[in-house]
Design a protein around this ligand. Sequence first.
Ligand SMILES: [Zn+2]
Length: 562
Amino acid sequence: MLQARLAAASRCLRSGSRGELPVAAGRWAGAEAGLVRSRASPPRCCSSVGRKWIKPTGRDTGIQTYNSLSRSKEPLILANAGVATWYSCGPTVYDHAHLGHACSYVRFDIIRRIITKVFGNEVVMVMGITDIDDKIIKRANEMNISPLALARVYEEDFKQDMAALKVLPPTVYMRVTENIPQIISFIERIMASGHAYATSKGNVYFDVKSRGERYGKLTSVYPDAQEEMVDRDKRHVKDFALWKAAKPQEHYWASPWGKGRPGWHIECSTISSTVFGSQLDIHTGGIDLAFPHHENEIAQCEVYHQCEQWGNYFLHSGHLLIKGNQEKMSKSLKNYITIKDFLTKNSADEFRMFCLRSKYRSAIEFGDDSMNDAKNLLQAISSFISDANAYMKGQLVCDPIKEDVLWEILANTKANVKAAFADDFDTSRAVAAIMDLIHHGNRQLKAVTKVVPENKNSATLSSVIDELVSFRVKVRNYALAMPGATAAAQVEEGTILAKETKQEEKETRRQLLLEREPLLQACDNLRRDLAAFGINVKDRGTTSTWEVVDQRREEQRPETSS
Ligand SMILES: [Zn+2]
């Protein structure tokens, strides 16, 4: 059923269809399943009434994850064995994305890969794209283009940034403007249940008081709700807009309440429910989305689906802070670095390593020091891999590696990495375990390494020899190559000419050989000189190979035989 709904959603996205609600088939089946679930396992509640969390039934993944709903680590249980349904709040597309956004999406990309590659579950991820809102309208007016045109430009820009950061795309992107009929029908159901009201100005608000203690699942003391930029015609300051009446000249859609557009929170509730029905495993976003955005999504969905618990796990990533001033990176603080600027001087792998070194929930301090640390770690990993490859190619002379020791350390590392991932996706612990393995590996390689010319960095040396040998091959091939093709083409002109040409050709070859003799001599000399260092270059036709000859063993041979 999920597949069918996803297919319908993606058809809808492609065609921009305003047709039937794909949600209809799955909605009530899911709600019934929810009732069965809560009967089957009695709710395990947290201390506060507003914050009770119902442990879902289903398949335990073996992962413990911190859940913002219960404010503690919980076993990650998927309603459908082997498949995680995941809704990710997407970008509001009105400008370039910055490193703060990158940090959140890369951290959740890492978690997604852990859930799939390490724990073997499939992830079906839906990401909503906010392509109509106040900021988009404001910027489009400044630029004198339509809000939708602006949104398409920055949506594409966002996708390119994510690809450059190697973030896997969601299973499906869903735009708000292509789900307006679904959103209107979602609002109508909330109103029918008595949890929302329309005003004479054409706005619709969610009635927060009507939820009683159930509002406040994510925040016990909710901060002062920011005054929404709508007409102040709501009953209570905490009430939030489901539908905003259009101002003059604004882009609008027709609705039962007049011309307008959706509020922010209702988009995510509707889009998620359109694909996944009344039940969702994982919901993610940056920590600043917890309130009011996710709180309001929960209120809307639980009213709409008439269920006790819509999303089972809310995961929030920590802020990216600017080193020194402890400010989070944001557009409004004007302290941001765009992803594009960042990637002109750093690589996606370096940024990913920077993210891996902290827990996804904690704030992360961005600065030259932390980026350099990440670069050094990556360098250490690639040096180790080069050394290991050189060893396997016989380009590092070693006593036999103690394989049994390495196998044991490798097995321990694998277990430690998996245990770290299972403990709330603790990537920093996993990185430490891998660096420990590399440390052991290096100790073995270095302790026994007899690179023939003593050199601190054997991998670099190996590359230098590669370059040298490849240069020698080019020189040698040039010295040995003789012209012939042009002369042969002239043979047809006549035998006399051919005879003359042959003689000329012979003379040319002799001349060339004479001229190139020093090059061949230099190639031979280089081969001889390298052999003195224990590097044996072998010419094989037009290519050459090289290997290190263990001089110590060579020297020992006559002794042992005598
Ligand atoms: Zn959202």
